[in-house]
Design a protein around this ligand. Structure first.
Ligand code: KG4
Ligand code: ZN
Length: 351
């Protein structure tokens, strides 16, 4: 079990963080990597004491997607309110906090800067350590919230920016065993949603519509790749575009629900098949879903059905699937990929 020593920024005192610190750790975390401004307080990586999310969806509907400059400005407007609410909801003050954490990447640089600087400011003002957190790691850690999940397990990380199968060997060791070679799954959802005329945010709207359509109405292609655990969604995107163009000529009204259902069936069965194979190959009986697309109804259905075969399947509660700060606090506590000093900078992509 991990433990790391961090230092307070003013008096340079050591503070132990992690399951082996021997003390309760109460972590205040901020998330602002994309279009949610969030703050949360979590005790010992699992017990959520407060969870506040201000969504920018309403603003971005107007533009049909996230405009980085607009997002950064909205974060600036929301951040102080969200921080105050997180303290209030938990009934705590800054003195009760063991350390402050914030997402440092990957994400939109302007947006990340707002959250990270707020986190650093809180750390300096209260002389508590600052912990920089990797957003992708944090999505996986969302599964520790309110559960007793422990590694080892296989995680399927599916979000707007990433699609990865990860072998989580311990709290600190993670190995990517498959990933997308082009588009992320969330991106594919959002693009196909736009093609059939659904409003932003595309993924969840396509999911809803798909539930009313026939998943076998149209056959869409599946990419064949060298590494059997890798993914590719760009060919599927093109095939979906071509199908929609063809159907527009044939039908007076586009059969949107059937297209949505056929697309959803195609991608969810690919994600399911590859992840199960990876888990079986390394003898893992625990599979964990993470990231915004883990909120998808069909993905959850397919994986949860594996419980009947003796697998343990975890997926975060809906509110912890999409971006939130509780997962950032949990990740700061369990320590994989964290950095604890004020010199740390934001980064937009994994290099
Ligand atoms: O993890 P997340 O909140 O942000 C990133 O870190 O990317 O994921 C956002 C992505 C978006 O592409 C969104 O359309 C997708 O998750 N998403 C869904 C669903 N809910 C959110 N995709 C499919 N079905 C859903 N129910
Ligand atoms: Zn995310």
């Amino acid at each position: 079990m991990p433990v790391k020593e961090f230092r307070t920024p003013i008096s340079d005192k050591p503070v132990l963080i992690g399951p082996e610190s021997g003390k309760d750790n109460i972590i205040f975390a901020i998330e602002s990597s994309c279009d949610e401004t969030a703050a949360a307080i979590v005790k010992n990586g699992r017990e959520v004491l407060s969870n506040v999310v201000a969504s920018q969806i309403k603003t971005h509907i107007e533009f049909g997607g996230v405009v980085p400059e607009v997002a950064a400005r909205e974060h600036l407007e929301a951040i102080n309110v969200v921080i105050a609410q997180a303290f209030e909801q938990a009934g705590l003050i800054a003195d009760d906090i063991t350390a402050f954490a914030a997402t440092v990447g990957p994400g939109l640089v302007g947006s990340l800067l707002v959250g990270m600087n707020a986190g650093k400011a809180l750390a300096i003002a209260n002389d508590k350590p600052f912990i920089g957190v990797n957003h992708l790691n944090a999505h996986v850690c969302a599964n520790y919230l309110n559960t007793e999940l422990e590694p080892p397990f296989v995680a399927l990380l599916i979000s707007g920016g990433h699609t990865q199968i990860i072998e989580v060997k311990s709290y600190l060791e993670q190995k990517i065993i498959g990933e997308t070679i082009d588009d992320a799954i969330g991106e594919a959802y959002d693009k196909v949603a736009r093609l059939i005329g659904l409003p932003y945010p595309g993924g969840v709207n396509l999911d809803k519509l798909a539930q009313t359509g026939n998943p076998f109405a149209f056959k869409l292609p599946e990419a064949k790749l060298q590494n059997e655990y890798d993914f590719s969604f760009s060919g599927l995107k093109t095939a979906s575009l071509q199908l929609i163009q063809k159907l527009k000529k044939e039908y007076e009204e586009l059969p949107k629900a059937d297209i949505a259902a056929s697309f959803q069936e195609n991608v969810t069965s690919t994600l399911f098949k590859k992840t199960k194979k990876a888990a079986d190959n390394i003898n893992a009986k625990t599979i964990v879903l993470a990231g915004g697309v883990a909120a998808n109804s069909e993905i959850r259905k397919k994986f949860f059905a594996l419980r009947e075969q003796g697998y343990k399947i975890y997926a975060p509660e809906m509110k912890y699937c999409t971006d939130n700060a509780s997962m950032i606090a949990s990740s700061a506590y369990f320590l994989a990929n964290t950095t604890g000093n004020l010199e740390i900078e934001v980064f937009s992509r994994m290099s």
